[in-house]
Structures are given as C-alpha cells and as structure tokens.
Design a protein around this ligand. Structure first.
Ligand SMILES: NC(=O)c1ccc[n+]([C@@H]2O[C@H](COP(=O)([O-])OP(=O)(O)OC[C@H]3O[C@@H](n4cnc5c(N)ncnc54)[C@H](OP(=O)(O)O)[C@@H]3O)[C@@H](O)[C@H]2O)c1
Length: 319
C-alpha cells in the first residue's frame, strides 16, 4: 500500500522542546482548543500556543484545578467538559458554538491510562470511551466551528502496539486487561485522525496523531511504584529512565503537528519525535523502539471505527 508514513527529516528530534518548535510561529488571532490543557503535556502545549499569540480554550473536568494551573499564563479560557459523559460533551460544544467563534487548532490531548476496569455512560469501557469516543463526539459536534485549513491533533501513544481494535469485544465485556484497553484506545486515536483527515480534505482540515514520548506526568496515577520500576520507567529512587522526556519535550511533537509549515499538504499521519514515523515491520512487537503499526493507519479500519463511533455516540458531522 502506498503511504506517506515516512520521515521527512524535520531537523527536530526527541529532545526538541515545544518552545523550540514554536519559535518564529505567529498565532495571533488564532483560536485553539486543548482538552486537558492544564496538566502534564497539555499544560505545556497550552503554554506554547499562548506564547505564540493564540487564544486557548481549555475544557476541563476539574475546572478549579485548571484555573489554578493556568493562572497567569495569558490568553486562556477555562470551561467544563467530562469526555466520559456525552451530555457534558454536547453541553460544552453547544456553549462554544453559541460563541460564534472559529477553531483553528484542536488538540485532543486529554486521556486516562491503565485504570482498573471502569464503566462510563451506557457501560462503556472507560479508556475507549474517554480517550476515543469523547473526542470523536466532541470534534463532530464542533465541526461547524472548525475553520477551513484547521489542524486537528489526536494524542495517541506507542502503546497502540499493545492492541488493534478488538472488533468482537470493543467494550471488554470479557477479560478486561488495563494495558490492552489503553492500547486499543490509543489505536483508536490514530484511526480517528486517519478517518478525519480523509473526511476533512474538502475543507483542507488536516488531522495528525502523535506519540509524545515517555514522560512522567499524572497520567501514571493508576500505576504503583513497583510496576513503573518493572517497566523500566523509573529506578528504585523514582528517577525517570534516560529515554524519558521532560514535559516541555513531550509537548513538542503535538505543537509541531498543530503548527509546523513542514507538514503543509500532509495529513492522516502518525508522528513521533517531531517527525513523521515510519511504518513498523509486520513482525514488530511492543519492544520495537519506534514506528506505527499498519493496523493503526489502515484506512479501512479507520472507516469502520468511524461508523462504529457514530453508531455508539449518535453523532456524525459527515452523515
Ligand atoms: N505521559 C506519557 O508518557 C504519555 C505517553 C504517550 C501518550 N500520552 C498521551 O498524552 C496525553 C496527555 O497525557 P499526560 O501525560 O499529559 O497526562 P495527564 O497529565 O494525566 O493529563 C491528562 C489530562 O486529561 C484530563 N482528563 C482525563 N479524563 C478526562 C475526562 N473524562 N474528561 C476530560 N478530561 C479528562 C485530565 O484531567 P484531570 O487532571 O482533571 O484528571 C488531565 O488534564 C494523553 O492522551 C496520553 O495518553 C502520554
């Protein structure tokens, strides 16, 4: 299959920071939405976009915590959103649409990882529902406000290696595994970008999926210390592995995806270390150090997931 999933030689890399990426980019007059833009990578993404002149709307599950984290950052607006609750998604979208403003950048950054089995809405598995279905419904509801030429960024992860979409049991009716569930949700985040990029092409709306790297943030809240040590993420003293990035480095690929002129004319791609990722070989496993699995960028899988997501959420801007 022909694919544009090849490195372009951006000149940036794993140690580049969001500030280095955005240097010289002028976002004056542009509006961005960053879900979860008040913690970890989202906070650094918000900081970079505001620093370049954008107004950033941060829909937050914990409004007071968001306001505290973002105090003094600049042109930021906090609103309420719980991605695991489709009524909350609809209410936020309606408030935003009523403001009559256009969205130039949408960063689907919020997420949860490896939580104990949790059910939301009509019994949906929480990682798939929060990380994928919530963002799916949100972007579709906001579609009338998304500007021509806008960029959409979907935070995925190398953890997409852990699982393709489990078509026979997407909601883990049986045999819940916290890492498979995270992996499936992060595969869904890539497939969402692939499908949306294709659907948005007529209006030159381009979508990218991003693996930000490994970064110690509150995302690891459901892991105990020993599991982090066993995975090689920290040593016994709590020091991060050398391969880990700082949050400023972790936000760099997102900011590159959202703003870089180097990506003009491209879309529907999985990015890592501020470049386009290569397709992983067919026999790749979770220890393969980089790349994207074929099943995560397969247009047929992407279209099938779009159809399923539309059925589950009852929302489809392209129907
Ligand atoms: N850190 C890494 O090593 C790493 C690696 C690969 C991919 N990623 C991806 O990068 C993204 C950002 O992760 P991070 O490390 O910055 O994590 P983080 O610090 O935990 O931030 C995640 C954000 O998502 C929000 N969120 C969670 N559930 C939500 C819900 N139901 N509705 C609305 N917002 C919700 C959280 O809000 P609360 O604070 O209120 O809970 C928080 O603001 C995630 O999508 C993650 O999968 C991270």
């Amino acid at each position: 299959m022909a694919t544009a999933q090849h490195k372009i030689g951006s000149g940036f890399g794993a140690t580049s920071t969001a500030a280095e990426i955005i240097d010289g980019v002028d976002l004056t007059g542009r509006l961005a939405i960053v879900t979860g833009g008040y913690s970890g990578l989202g906070l650094e993404t918000t900081r970079a976009l505001v620093g370049a002149g954008a107004r950033v709307v941060v829909p937050a599950r914990r409004r007071a915590a968001a306001e505290e984290a973002l105090a003094g950052l600049g042109d930021v607006e906090v609103d309420e959103l719980d991605l695991g609750d489709l009524d909350s998604v609809r209410a936020f979208a309606e408030r935003f649409l009523a403001s009559g403003r256009a969205i130039d950048l949408f960063i689907g950054n919020a997420g949860i990882m490896a939580c104990p089995e949790t059910r939301v809405g009509p019994g949906w598995e929480a990682q798939f529902a929060t990380n994928h279905l919530g963002h799916y419904a949100l972007v579709n509801r906001l579609w009338p406000a998304i500007a021509d030429g806008a960029r959409i960024v979907s935070l995925s992860s190398r953890a997409h290696f852990f699982s393709p979409i489990r078509w026979d049991d997407v909601q883990f009716g049986h045999g819940y595994d916290k890492w498979q569930a995270y992996g499936q949700a992060k595969t869904a985040n890539v497939l969402f970008a692939v499908a949306l990029d294709s659907l948005g092409a007529e209006r030159n709306v381009r979508a990218f999926a991003v693996h930000p790297g490994g970064i110690l943030t509150p995302l690891q809240r459901h892991l105990d210390r020993q599991e982090m040590v066993d995975r090689g993420w920290i040593d016994e003293h709590g020091t991060a592995a050398v391969s880990f990035k700082t949050p400023e480095q972790g936000a760099a690929t997102t900011v590159w995806a959202a703003t870089s002129p180097q990506l003009a004319g491209l879309g529907g791609l999985y990015l890592e270390d501020c470049d386009v990722a290569e397709l992983a070989p067919a026999d790749a496993d979770a220890l393969t150090p980089s790349g994207v699995r074929q099943y995560a960028v397969d247009p047929a899988q992407a279209a099938r997931l779009w159809t399923l997501s539309a059925e589950l959420t009852g929302v489809n801007a392209f129907a």
